[in-house]
Design a protein around this ligand. Sequence first.
Ligand SMILES: CC(C)(COP(=O)(O)OP(=O)(O)OC[C@H]1O[C@@H](n2cnc3c(N)ncnc32)[C@H](O)[C@@H]1OP(=O)(O)O)[C@@H](O)C(=O)NCCC(=O)NCCSC(=O)/C=C/CCCCCCCCCCCCC(=O)O
Length: 947
Amino acid sequence: MARYELVKRSVALITLTNPPVNALSSPVRHAIANSMERALSDPKVRAVVICGENGRFCGGADIREFAGPLRGPPLIPVLEAIEAGDKPVVAAIEGMALGGGFELALFCHYRIAQSKARLGLPEVTLGILPAAGGTQRLPRLIGIPAALEMITTGRHISAQEALKLGIVDQVTDQNACETALEFALKAVGKPLSPRRVSTLTTPCPPDLDALLEAATMQVKKKTPGVMAPLACIQAVRAAATMPYSKGMKQESELMATLFNSGQARALQYCFFAQRTAGKWTLPSGAQWNNSKPREIRSAAVIGLGTMGRGIVVSLARVGISVIAVESEKKLLENGRQMVIGMLERDAKRRGVSASLNLLKFTLSLQDLKDVDLVIEAVFEDMALKKRVFQELSKVCRPGTLLCTNTSGLDVDALAGVTDRPHLVAGMHFFSPAHVMKLLEVVCGPRSSSETIATAMSLGKKMGKVSVAVGNCPGFVGNRMLKPYLDQATFLLEEGATPEQIDKALEDFGFAMGVFRMSDLAGLDVGWRVRKESGLTGPDVDPKNPPRKRQGRRYCPIPDMVCEQGRFGQKTGRGWYKYDKPGDTNAKPDPLIQNLLETYRSRYGIQPRNISDQEIIERCLFVLANEGFRILEDGMAARPEDIDVIYLFGYAFPRHRGGPMFYASMVGLERVLERLEHYHQAHPDVPHLEPITMAYTGAQKALKSDKLDEAQALAKSCAGRPDFLPCDGLSICATHSHGKCFKLHWCCHLGWCHCKYVYQPMTNVAQLPSTPVPAAPSDCTDTIDLSISLTERFLRISPCFLPPPCPESPKYCNIAELFIDDYIVKRINGKMCYVQRPPIHTEAPSTPPQINPASLTPQKQHTEDKQTVEETVKGPKMGHCSSPSSSEDSGINALGGHYLESCEEESEDELSTDGHSSPGSLWDQDECTLLSPSKSIVEIIENIETTV
Ligand SMILES: CC(C)(COP(=O)(O)OP(=O)(O)OC[C@H]1O[C@@H](n2cnc3c(N)ncnc32)[C@H](O)[C@@H]1OP(=O)(O)O)[C@@H](O)C(=O)NCCC(=O)NCCSC(=O)/C=C/CCCCCCCCCCCCC(=O)O
């Protein structure tokens, strides 16, 4: 965790060794403390240099540690020992010094930075503040205004800026460590007192109050409702007005408030969710670490509208040569000028030269024959896109990847008109494409893993946050947007105003409410989509437009607004009025108020007072509900992906974590209950129907496939602030992923989290129960299973049919379950919770014979799975096509049963062994995840129990 060396015979070199970012985990803090003690007590040592391995000084505190009880030596005393020592300590900063890493450097007496290094205090972005003295030391070093800016924004600065501000003493183009060693030797003998930042007086500007007040106003405007920046300002005030020790106390009190807040939890979740999204995974088993992307050197973009232009800029500025295609000379010329202007402005801003030489503009698709990848960005019209893809198929060399920038059309239908469906994928950019960070990479059923890997890697190269999604109308983001918009307009019908709804959403944290956002985006876009999908158009009676269309509630008000030529900001009128077209200052419009009143009286709707709570619940719970449907349909791999899409594509407030995380913070049972309540009030709005009530068991992948992915996911969740090991008191009825299943991590409010199902956990205390009749003492029908339950599901369960007991007991259950007093079983297609009898005897017997080869954990493609299952010795399950049947049935949070895919009479158990501790599991390698453990299976006769 830290290496200690004596170099140049008199300098102690302490190297932090905690890849990938040398975070200050407990062992690292230990190692620093020990190394410093050793250096200070060794008479040979005259100076100390601290650096980080692999060219990275330190990425700060280990954020994963924030999730659990704080262990190990506290950071501040460890750092104080550095400053207090009587030997000069020099920080050699390469790569980055962030957060606690930067604070570590501030405790050193000198700082040397490599010229490419970045420094900063990003804690505020994690919902906390720099609580290892950062808020007290930085103002003392560089003054209040500069420190305030760095601390409240979390901005990373360059080494040069750090030098200018007086944070570092020297910047070098050479190796920072070598330079620091030389520097340290020269510092020996010089007085250390002036180098101790804690002893400095904060330069206090005369207008301190005004400065802090202005900063407060700015923060409130920029991040309304977010606590951490405000706490940062208070801490910085303490640096200016209090002695160091009191300021430190204030800093730690403010930290304590933030540390346990939901906002901190949400923001830390966002940090990890963003990184998790890059680790894409497909139902086929292909994923980020087993699929190789192609290198893309040349690309083409078809269509130079707003989207096409943004995509060209995004490609060219990362060094990819681009051929831009338009259909008409005038459009091409217009597009060329705009693209060049955009690239020049972008280059100026970044202080580099514009890469105009990478661009070529053409009217001919023939010019695309040699490019590596094409992104089609023509008008959102399926027939047009199909023509383009047919043409591309003829023109481009056989290996060229063909991507479409559609916002919701069927990518597979486009793939189908080409000669290379496996090389077709969607790349859904968000407008403006050179600014917006989100990219949805749409995987069609025929897209190859190489195609997806290439699109994901290209997105990353372009600086996008790329998320792999499935191919369904609207993909993930726009599919969820529809029910959200619907709720907003239904609320208008029922009595709310656009201002009221927007205010509630803005108070929640959105930068813009739904109606202001729609005005900005343009109302005509949605109108056209509704016309194309047959929801509105000339056939609709304009005087009396029906409020139910295509079998569900429909609000015609948006169409009526468009019919008046009100398309939003661009026309100067929309849901609001603007002083002139293009203006952004939205003002309530009495004409809209009028329209709403007339509408309501025409349909006999009695307007009612609608609370902000109802607005938030209906708009946001329906969003999460659709998210759960998307997970269920397998169109997103995990809730993090959905949240990342909403954070980066739809400006969901980051301190709320995203719609899925927010729902879990509210409490999923509460969300379900409210959805049910609203659905009862509005039964003609299917999107309000809670997902667990509508569960259909859509995933059909083989069980072994699911388990592999669940394992990988569970492993990746270990130690994260938003996921905790199962408390053992709750169970997931569908999966029976109890704590002993070794696969299960639940989100902090009790939802079973795995790739395929996101199921509520039920507290055992709330489970209905039926006592189990005592097993006969001479029980011969008990089998000792010397394999883990995971393996049993994967390989062994066929052995249990027909049951080994000649008397053919009707029901099977596993005695050692994940919850002490309960067993879970499926009886006649129903999940039952059965209470264990008070005294229980186990009679081990011979384990079933297993083909050892079949126990090797395998990640394989679907075709291979059959082979594995065929190697299992023993009779096959007669009643259920795969051992995955447990995934297809269960009991939901509201106690309702839903159908399973097995036959009605099937009787198999759903349970786990009882011996795992998730905490220790993740240290093991992939193979031991499936290593055998003991479990007892009992066959119990004739239990009459239903729930
Ligand atoms: C710029 C980066 C560092 C690197 O970027 P990049 O190269 O692109 O790599 P990434 O993909 O981002 O990251 C690679 C992997 O590393 C993981 N990672 C990165 N940083 C950390 C970290 N700091 N901790 C843990 N893990 C980290 C990342 O997840 C990737 O993992 P994986 O490959 O996906 O598995 C970039 O990563 C970056 O920006 N990192 C974050 C930098 C940051 O924000 N640092 C600040 C951290 S917070 C901090 O330092 C706080 C300091 C104050 C400490 C004070 C402690 C006192 C606590 C007491 C509280 C008392 C309250 C008690 C109240 C009570 O209950 O009573």
